[in-house]
Structure formats: structure tokens, C-alpha cells
Design a protein around this ligand. Structure first.
Ligand code: MRU
Length: 360
């Protein structure tokens, strides 16, 4: 299903020898690839959310650090560039993980060998992300096959945890794509995800391109749909999962988990191991990014003439608060779907996952 470079969010252009990304701030109205060819461009891409989603942020940062080392591979620049990239977004732990993967790969090499090694490692992380997300899809599909459903499997998701948020497949949407490809009739409730509308702008766009039936709903309608029995399960991604199974994800995830529990609907979180922060004991310790109030107070869209416009929603001088993520306590999470299998969201479950990873 994802065998071509066409359906991916980040690719390598062999002619220019540069990374290309889809500028996700322009979706769903414009599909534009752009080159990242300076440290400023890499940092801007992450902080302005041209690329976003925990796994994709990590892969982009890996190529960013490789780019920095191609210009200056000294110890000082390695540390400075990693720190600059790390500061672009605080919550998705894949960013820190990817920078550490590159740094530890090159740290003990002679300076002249570092740039090439870093670039090779960045390519390897990209390939690994694709393979991991496909495994998440297979493992998630097994859970979906256990559900008792009617004629069609109705899955609710929040934000965008599809291939736009990873390199291919995605995390939460990978089981959806696997189900669809295996002939299971599936329909996705896409929650719009205010304030940046990643559900409406990105998830619906990528599901439509893949031919998966989906319906956009306002965030506030999700509890009602669950109460009405119109949702078989909820699957979301994660930006950072603590060692006790608490899950940090896009703001609004927690409310969905509460509603799912109240309606006895399974609530699953799909994530690669790189999203687990083993050093973080519980969700309270996860840094929550606070973004510009303008994201709440304004909205962009096409006007009647097809031109992109940003408009004010609130009265002039209104105050707004914009926390970008929330924490869902582990006891609301039915299972963590990972590339290593499906695990309970608990200290015990995560220790089991760790044992599988270490091969013990
Ligand atoms: O602010 P964003 O768009 O980067 O937030 C993305 C999410 O919250 C995703 O659910 C998460 O990163 C998982 S992506 C596979």
C-alpha cells in the first residue's frame, strides 16, 4: 500500500542530495514539497509544524543534525546543533531520542567521518520508522479482529497519527490501513482537533487519498457518538508515554479516553518504542507545549474565491490559552500497540515490552 515514495511525508532527493518534506501547514488545500537545506529551515519546519507528529519530528531532526555536521562536524557544533534542534518542540520525545541516536553514532568517530555516518544513520532511522509503523499496523489489526462489530468497523481517532505524522503508515492509522487493505469494511470518525485542526486538515485528507471512508466530526460530538454506540474503538497516537503507561497526546485525547471508558469502548494507543520516555516515571513529569494563543483565536481556510485567508474568531483583545497536549492516565488505556506487540499500559506492561526489546 505504501510502496512508493509518493505516499510519504519525508523523502531524500538524490539529485539535490537534500531532504524534502510535505509542507503540512498548507494541507489540505495545497500539496507542496519543499527542500530543507539549512539548519534554520530544519528548525523552522519543526517549530512551525510544516512537519509534525512525534515520529516525523524525530526523523526530520535526525536529518537536520546530519546536515549540521556536513557543515561543521566538530564536537562543539554537534552539541550546539543538537541543542538547537531539541529546543524546537518540547513534548514529542522522539525528537530527543533521534538526536541521541545520531549523536551516539558519531560521537566517537574521527571528525572527518562524522557527516557521512550521521547521514547514513538518519536514512536508517527513516527506514526503521517505516518498518516499525507497518508492524504497529499488523499488531493493531489483530486487536481490531477481536472486536465484535456490525457490518462496518467504526474507529474514532484524534489529531493526525497517520503517514503524515510518521514517514509512512503512521501509528494510530496503520491498523486502519491494514484493515482496509485486508478487505475489512472500515469507517473512521475523524475528530477535527481544534485549535490546529490536524484531524480535519490532515487525517481526513490522507484517509480520503487512501480510499478509506471517513467522516469529520466536531471535537465536542465524540462523546455523543460513543454513547449512541456508533464507535467500536478509539485509536490515537502518542507524543510521549511515561514508564508507567500514562500517555501524552494531542489536547483533547484525555476527554475521548474518559468518554470511551464511560461507554465501555476500547481505547487504544499506537506508538513506536521511541515514543516511550523510560526516564519519565509518570505523566505529570511530561513537559506540555504551550503554543501561541493566535492558534485558538484565528482560523485559516479558503474563501469563496478559493483564496487562503486567516480570520479572527474572537473579539479583539481576547485572551486565550493553548496547551497543545494532555495526559491520559494509564488506567484509561486498553492497550499500547507497538512494533513489538500489544502491551498493557502499566509499569508491568512496559517492563514486559522492555524485556522483549532487550530479548530477555
Ligand atoms: O502537534 P502535533 O500535530 O505534532 O501533534 C501530533 C500528535 O499529537 C500525534 O497524535 C502524535 O504525535 C502521534 S503521531 C504518530
Amino acid at each position: 500500500m505504501f510502496s512508493t515514495d509518493e505516499l510519504c511525508s519525508l523523502r531524500w532527493d538524490p539529485v539535490s542530495e537534500k531532504v524534502e518534506i510535505i509542507d503540512q501547514t498548507l494541507l489540505p488545500h495545497t500539496l507542496r514539497w519543499c527542500h530543507l537545506d539549512s539548519m534554520e529551515a530544519f528548525c523552522h519546519a519543526i517549530s512551525s509544524m510544516q512537519v509534525r507528529g512525534a515520529p516525523l519530528i524525530g526523523v526530520t531532526a535526525a536529518f537536520g543534525l546530519a546536515h549540521a555536521l556536513a557543515e561543521d562536524a566538530s564536537d562543539k557544533n554537534l552539541a550546539d546543533a543538537a541543542a538547537t534542534l531539541l529546543a524546537t518542540r518540547p513534548t514529542a520525545v522522539n525528537l530527543r531520542w533521534a538526536l541521541e541516536e545520531i549523536s551516539s553514532e558519531v560521537r566517537n568517530l574521527p571528525v572527518v567521518e562524522r557527516a557521512r555516518a550521521a547521514l547514513e544513520k538518519a536514512h536508517a532511522l527513516r527506514a526503521e520508522d517505516i518498518a516499525n509503523c507497518e508492524r504497529i499496523g499488523d499488531n493493531g489489526l489483530r486487536l481490531l479482529q477481536e472486536l465484535e462489530v456490525g457490518d462496518c468497523l467504526n474507529i474514532m481517532t484524534h489529531c493526525n497519527a497517520g503517514w503524515l505524522a510518521a514517514v509512512q503508515w503512521g501509528t494510530a492509522l496503520a491498523p486502519v490501513y491494514k484493515a482496509h487493505a485486508s478487505g475489512v469494511p472500515v469507517h473512521v470518525w475523524v475528530s477535527e482537533t481544534r485549535p490546529r485542526n490536524q484531524g480535519m486538515n490532515l487525517t481526513a485528507w490522507e484517509l480520503q487519498r487512501a480510499g478509506v471512508p471517513c467522516t469529520i466530526v466536531a471535537d465536542n460530538s465524540c462523546g455523543q457518538l460513543m454513547r449512541q454506540g456508533r464507535v467500536d474503538c478509539v485509536i490515537v497516537g502518542s507524543d510521549r508515554t511515561a514508564a508507567n503507561g500514562d500517555v501524552c497526546n494531542k489536547i483533547g485525547t484525555y476527554l475521548k479516553a474518559l468518554a470511551a471508558q464511560a461507554s465501555d469502548i476500547p481505547f487504544y494507543v499506537a506508538l513506536p518504542e521511541s515514543t516511550i520516555d523510560w526516564e519519565c516515571p509518570a505523566g505529570e513529569q511530561i513537559p506540555i507545549e504551550e503554543r501561541d494563543a493566535a492558534e485558538v483565536l484565528t482560523i485559516a481556510g479558503l474563501d469563496a474565491g478559493g483564496d487562503l485567508r486567516e480570520v479572527n474568531l474572537a473579539a479583539a483583545h481576547s485572551q486565550a490559552l493553548n496547551p497543545a497536549f494532555d495526559v491520559t492516565p494509564s488506567d484509561l488505556v486498553g492497550a499500547l500497540i507497538t512494533e513489538h506487540g500489544n502491551f498493557e499500559a502499566s509499569v508491568k506492561g512496559l517492563q514486559q515490552l522492555r524485556a522483549v526489546v532487550k530479548g530477555v
